[in-house]
Design a protein around this ligand. Structure first.
Ligand SMILES: [Zn+2]
Ligand SMILES: [Zn+2]
Length: 398
């Protein structure tokens, strides 16, 4: 297998790098938002077809699936899936680069242009080895990750049928170039958006005794919600509750009828997530009724945590060590993210591993975070991603 011939693999990838960068820059110049990725998916499909893959378009609206059938498949051969997200963000790019976004108000500010280019490069490298592949490789180009709404419908439409393992990566702009982070267990948190609407009784600001003040109730809620983390959560189980929006009132001298709080919950296990959601509802409803009002709770955009399978993680770890060396592979807690990613739905459908690839180069300037208008990646990270994914897929198929 190619794994036993690593120098040829490195040489193949090196030969692809110039094209890989051209491709990534083209995607960067033409960002498309969730479920609008028409140009992107058209380009992806055309490339997959040109390599002889079986292509399925319009999966979950703008997703694309490419199937590479191995030429040396024995009975019972496995199928490995490789997932890349393809969408951009509603952000106006502030980088002064010659391949700057050509679409005002839209930008690849999370590196998904890189993910798409990496996966396409992997299709090229593996296609070349098609005759020796014992098994299949299924490439999943997923729309609408930024809205956490593209992966779930792809799974529902059968994208994971017949898949024995799933791999994916995220480039990280604040993690040093040349490093790969791979870890078993949960690596990206769950995410739930919540809206609490507190109902009181409006009135004159000078006569609070004749009203039920929803602002005071909301203020107690904001403080009490933090005790779910500080008093009800094990210090060994990370979780976050943030209220990011408070809205109430129309004038300084009026007690309003309602107050609205919105925020997000992040947790690292399904059980912890469920418990916190349950307790949040009980706490806010109980507090509101104890103070003479009521609270309506709405939950949106829920996404489970991304949890890596131990055996799949071992496969990726081996591939990462072969690609960047043992000292450049991190497995500690510092690679965990409280951000969430709907890769979770693929990981729940088959054992898999989602890993991170460093894309920050100190010499090349500031490390802006993801979703920032000056977000950049060092393009040298692309070849690292290609190599780790390719090696891991070959190792898995054996
Ligand atoms: Zn993002
Ligand atoms: Zn992202």
């Amino acid at each position: 297998m190619a794994v036993s011939n690593p120098d040829r693999l490195k040489a193949d990838i090196d030969a692809l790098v110039p094209e890989l960068i051209v491709l990534r820059r083209d995607l960067h110049e033409h960002p498309e938002l969730a479920f609008e990725e028409v140009r992107t998916s058209g380009m992806v499909a055309q490339r997959l077809r040109s390599l002889g893959l079986e292509v399925q378009m319009n999966v979950a609206k703008t997703g694309v699936i490419g199937l590479l059938r191995g030429g040396a498949s024995q009975p019972g051969a496995k199928t490995i899936a490789i997932r890349a997200d393809i969408d951009a963000l509603p952000i106006h790019e502030l980088n002064e680069i010659d391949y700057r976004s050509q679409v005002d108000g839209k930008m690849h500010a999370c590196g998904h242009d890189g993910h798409t280019a990496i996966a396409l490069a992997v299709t090229a490298v593996l296609s070349k080895r098609r005759a020796e592949l014992n098994g299949n490789v299924k490439f999943l180009f997923q729309p609408a990750e930024e809205r956490l709404s593209g992966a779930k419908p792809m799974v529902e439409e059968g994208a994971m049928e017949g898949v024995d393992g799933i791999l994916g990566l995220h480039l990280i702009s604040t993690y040093p170039l040349g490093r790969v982070g791979v870890r078993a267990g949960t690596v990206f948190a769950s995410a739930d958006r919540f809206v609490f609407t507190v109902h009181g009784k409006g009135g004159h600001a000078a006569e609070p005794d004749k009203a039920v003040d929803p602002i005071v109730i909301a203020a107690h809620m904001i403080t009490a919600l933090q005790t779910l983390i500080s008093r009800e959560t094990s210090p060994f189980s990370p979780a976050v509750v943030t209220i990011g929006l408070v809205h109430a009132g129309t004038a300084f001298n009026i007690i309003p009828e309602t107050a609205v709080l919105q925020g997000t919950l992040r947790a690292f296990s399904q059980e912890h997530r469920a418990k916190l959601l349950r307790r949040m509802q009980a706490l806010t409803s109980g507090l509101a009724s104890a103070m003479g009002g009521s609270c309506e709770v709405e939950l949106f955009d829920g996404c489970p945590p991304c949890t890596n399978d131990a055996a799949m993680t071992a496969v990726v770890h081996k591939a990462a060590v072969a690609s960047v060396g043992e000292q450049a592979v991190d497995s500690g807690e510092d690679i965990m993210r409280t951000a969430s990613d709907d890769m979770a739905y693929f990981l729940n459908a088959a054992p898999g591993c989602y890993f991170v690839v460093g894309a920050h180069n100190k010499e090349k300037g500031g490390a802006y975070p993801h979703h920032h208008p000056r977000f950049t990646i060092d393009e040298d990270a692309l070849r690292v991603g290609v190599e780790v994914l390719t090696r891991a897929a070959l190792e898995f198929l054996g």
